[in-house]
Design a protein around this ligand. Structure first.
Ligand SMILES: [Zn+2]
Length: 94
């Protein structure tokens, strides 16, 4: 089959499409890859979702244990006020 699309993605990873759906990923060398994997469209979508989920903050609301102020979404709260120095608390915390 003929390649309809080819690109170097960076970090030693090449992508190729041969028509139809899905993408081949080839590692380190296009002609003689050290590894290759075929990504079905459903896997590409799942990978994208997985990547997006990783960007979401862990908690919808974060707080300071010392003063009780809320700081909105984040991956951690604060134990002491010194830890949130310079950060503005969120006013309308439920
Ligand atoms: Zn505080």
């Amino acid at each position: 089959m003929d390649v309809i699309n080819r690109a170097y993605l960076g970090d030693g990873v090449y992508a190729e499409q041969y028509g139809g759906d899905g993408v081949w990923l080839k590692a380190n060398d296009l002609a003689n890859p050290t590894d290759k994997i075929f990504l079905e469209p459903s896997v590409i979508k799942a990978l994208f979702r997985f990547s997006e989920e990783g960007k979401k903050p862990r908690f919808d609301e974060t707080f300071c244990s010392q003063c009780g102020q809320g700081f909105g979404p984040g991956n951690h709260g604060f134990s002491h006020c010194d830890d949130h120095e310079g950060q503005e608390p969120v006013d309308d915390v439920a």
